[in-house]
Ligand binder design. Structure first.
Ligand SMILES: Cc1cc2nc3c(=O)[nH]c(=O)nc-3n(C[C@H](O)[C@H](O)[C@H](O)COP(=O)(O)O)c2cc1C
Length: 105
């Protein structure tokens, strides 16, 4: 992917939901950039309690499609797997903050 940059507000303003897809495979560098953007999302204590699986195999995609009862046929599916046991839980500390981040109240 080139070094094209887009103003954030312009990207928000012009984005739209896509419901029809081309057969064309998505380039690996684009997929990696998407994953990199997702990976940079903030999480409590930076635990990042998730992983991402890029699915291009047609058999696996079909299983996902039918399991999710969807009628979409995207060339690539990115599955985000959540790991709740790895995530920080608000009830872990009295005021819902990490132990090394003292409650200010
Ligand atoms: C949580 C969530 C679930 C959605 N589920 C569907 C869906 O099942 N099918 C669908 O066609 N669009 C779905 N959408 C897309 C919305 O219909 C779409 O965002 C809305 O119509 C506005 O259109 P736009 O995204 O093109 O601006 C979903 C959007 C969100 C945020």
């Amino acid at each position: 992917m080139g070094a094209r940059t887009v103003d954030v507000f312009e990207a928000i303003r012009t984005r739209r939901s896509i419901r029809k897809y081309k057969e064309k495979p998505v380039e690996k560098d684009k997929l990696l950039k998407i994953i990199e953007a997702a990976r940079l999302a903030p999480s409590t204590l930076n635990r990042q309690p998730w992983s991402f699986v890029i699915v291009t195999d047609s058999v696996v995609k079909e299983k996902l499609r039918s399991t999710c009862n969807q009628d979409w046929f995207a060339p690539v599916i990115i599955v985000e797997c959540a790991f709740p046991e790895k995530a920080f839980k608000a009830q872990d500390t009295p005021c819902g903050r990490p132990d090394d981040d003292p409650c200010p109240f």
